[in-house]
Design a protein around this ligand. Structure first.
Ligand SMILES: *[C@@H]1O[C@H](CO)[C@@H](O)[C@H](O)[C@H]1NC(C)=O
Ligand SMILES: *[C@@H]1O[C@H](CO)[C@@H](O)[C@H](O)[C@H]1NC(C)=O
Length: 494
């Protein structure tokens, strides 16, 4: 006879006994259950769905029901990655979850991927959903402890990936798990900001919650003192793509594209764009093995934009996403990088250091330049350069340039002064006012050398004007610079 457990309230158990097709028989027991028996029948609010890439579907693992692990083909000798979603507006699992699950499986077949579905607790007013994060964190901790007790599964093999509120759920799971050992890794994808920003480490995701914690911050732009994603560091490595405030391709003008594509829900797509970018950056790291994005340790985005942080010495840089170098640091480290607006997001970072001598003393020049680069693989043409400060006197300027493609090793630079008509005019006036000095040249800008550092290869290069005796640059003029490390070193030795 098949007997189905239908419902259990306190110590009342209702069974359906299937006796024939047309007759249903119910048995109702009222039993004094031992604490242990109660526990073994306890169920969790969170649904743990094991993702199988063969069907693209999920199989639910029931807490304390060992047979469901077998039924779903949970492989205890493989690590577990658990995806934890965030606050839900519409009460359904968002499409990125399935993309993430599929990407994890395609990158790394040898893992169990579980989707922790806590929608009923996430589909609430935001402050209620925030309160529920602790509860769901506890359930995930219970689930992992159950795996440990029942199938000798080690918590160090667990990697929680939490998005938005799910990042804090993961943090609570990590801090509530009993014992001194921690779970392996937590990745926070744009961890939620409201009601978490500025809170103590025990009230949000923090580096103490797992052996290794990383976070990607993509939407920390403030609006009325609040930001969707948390601004402060919450991990061992905190990544701030494009500064972390906002993301390329998510700007307001794209609202119309989104509305055209998704109808009125396009508005929420736009709001989600920068927030959810954290997820797609992570998926990108799984899908494009050959295009891993490097991020660099830096104090802030302004310093980074000057190209001053592209060093990988003493592990100052790290890889964004799944393939990060796991290193426990005593203090959170902020890493910066630029990205493209779409997948693959990787760009190539270069620091350019140019020494300018402005021969017209006391007259600040605010010009715009363009550069064309020739590499061993490809060229990059007409890159605009805007220097934050005008060019005055005799000084070295440093700035960051990013390229979408790998041009190979840099061989040659063409540097052009985009003289506007206005500028040419002023320049011509100067010619007439200032008597020509030192021989026959008119005063201009002198660019002697351009020093370049490539972030991705860590290669340092020096470029010199092709014609050594003709080093003056005038509006509308282009100069070619070629590699001259040897010449330069030779000079320095003198
Ligand atoms: C579990 O994974 C291990 C390691 O890849 C493999 O050898 C084993 O066959 C798998 N077990 C099942 C039941 O699939
Ligand atoms: C620029 O400055 C350096 C040192 O600061 C000095 O040696 C050099 O003569 C200066 N060049 C000009 C043209 O003023």
């Amino acid at each position: 006879k098949k007997i189905y457990l239908l419902e259990m309230r306190a110590s009342v158990i209702c069974y359906r006994v299937q006796s024939s097709a047309s007759v249903e028989v119910y048995l109702i027991f009222q039993l004094p259950l031992s604490a242990n028996e109660m526990f073994s029948l306890q169920s969790l609010e969170t649904k743990f769905q094991l993702y199988t890439d063969t069907t693209g579907e999920a199989c639910q693992i029931l807490f304390n029901q060992l047979e469901t692990l077998d039924k779903c083909s949970f492989n205890a000798s493989l690590p577990l990655v658990m995806i934890v979603h965030g606050w839900s507006v519409d009460g359904i699992l968002e499409s990125w979850i399935w993309k993430m699950a599929a990407a994890l499986k395609s990158h790394h077949k040898q893992i169990n991927v579980i989707i922790a579905d806590w929608l009923t607790f996430a589909h609430q007013h935001y402050p209620i959903a925030v309160q529920n994060t602790r509860y769901i964190g506890q359930e995930i901790a219970d689930f992992v402890e159950w795996l440990e007790e029942s199938i000798q599964f080690s918590r160090s093999n667990v990697h929680l990936i939490g998005y938005s509120l799910g990042a804090h759920v993961s943090g609570f799971a990590g801090s509530y798990i009993s014992g001194t050992n921690k779970i392996g890794r937590i990745t926070g994808l744009d961890p939620a900001g409201p009601l978490f920003e500025g809170m103590s480490p025990t009230d949000r995701l923090s580096p103490d919650d797992a052996n290794f914690v990383d976070a990607i911050h993509t939407f920390t732009k403030q609006h009325m003192g609040l930001s969707v994603g948390i601004k402060q560091p919450v991990a061992h490595f905190d990544f701030y793509p494009n500064g972390g405030t906002f993301q390329p391709g998510c700007h307001f003008m794209h609202v119309y594209n989104h509305i055209a594509q998704y109808g009125i829900t396009g508005i929420t797509q736009t709001v989600k764009c920068a927030h959810e970018r954290s997820v797609h950056l992570f998926i990108d790291s799984l899908l494009h093995e050959d295009k891993q994005s490097t991020a660099y340790w830096c104090n802030d985005i302004n310093t980074f934009d000057k190209g001053l942080c592209l060093s990988c010495r003493k592990n100052r840089c790290n890889t964004l996403g799944y393939n990060i170098r796991e290193e426990r640091l005593p203090k959170s480290r902020k890493l910066f990088l630029k990205t493209r607006a779409r997948m693959p997001f990787k760009v190539y970072h270069y620091q350019f250091k140019i020494h300018f001598i402005n021969e017209i003393q006391g007259k600040k020049i605010d010009p715009s330049f363009t550069m064309s680069l020739t590499g061993t693989k490809e060229d990059a043409k007409n890159l605009p350069i805007t220097l934050v400060e005008g060019i005055n006197g005799n000084k070295t300027y440093s700035f960051l340039i990013t390229l979408d493609t790998d041009i190979g090793e840099l061989l040659m630079i063409k540097f052009k002064w985009e003289g506007t008509a206005v500028w040419k005019n002023i320049w011509d006036k100067f010619q007439t006012i200032i008597p020509w000095t030192k021989g026959t040249h008119r005063p201009g800008l002198i660019v002697k050398t351009i020093r370049v550092k490539a972030g991705e290869t860590q290669q340092k290069m020096t470029f010199c004007s092709q014609s050594f005796d003709n080093i003056h640059l005038y509006p509308d003029q282009e100069k070619t610079f070629v590699r001259c490390e040897d010449r330069f070193r030779h000079q320095e030795r003198k």
